[in-house]
Design a protein. Structure first.
Length: 98
C-alpha cells in the first residue's frame, strides 16, 4: 500500500509564500528605483553619478523594506498566531475583573 504524501508544514508554506511575494516586491523596488533615477537625471543633466546611486539605493531599499514589513504583517495575520495572542490577552483581562 503506498504511503500518502505528508502534509506540508504551515511554517514552511508561509516561508515559501513570503519568498515568492518578496521576489515580486524586489522587482517592484528595482522598477521604482529606476523611475526615480530617471526623474532625477531628467531634471538636471549635469547631476553627479554619486547622487544617482544614492537615489537608487535610497528609493529601492525604502520601498523594499516597507513592502516586506507589510507583507509580514499580512502573513502573520493569516497564519493565526495573532488570534492566539489575542485570546491569551483577553483571558488575562477577564481574570483581573472582580
Amino acid at each position: 500500500m503506498p504511503n500518502p504524501d505528508p502534509l506540508p508544514s504551515p511554517r514552511g508554506s508561509m516561508k515559501r509564500r513570503f519568498w515568492r511575494i518578496f521576489r515580486l516586491l524586489a522587482l517592484l523596488s528595482i522598477v521604482i528605483a529606476a523611475i526615480s533615477v530617471l526623474l532625477v537625471a531628467r531634471g538636471d543633466p549635469t547631476i553627479d553619478i554619486n547622487t544617482l546611486i544614492a537615489t537608487a539605493l535610497g528609493t529601492g531599499l525604502t520601498v523594499l523594506l516597507g513592502t516586506s514589513l507589510m507583507t509580514l504583517v499580512f502573513l502573520s495575520s493569516q497564519s493565526g498566531h495573532d488570534d492566539a495572542a489575542t485570546q491569551i490577552h483577553h483571558e488575562t483581562e477577564d481574570d483581573d475583573r472582580p
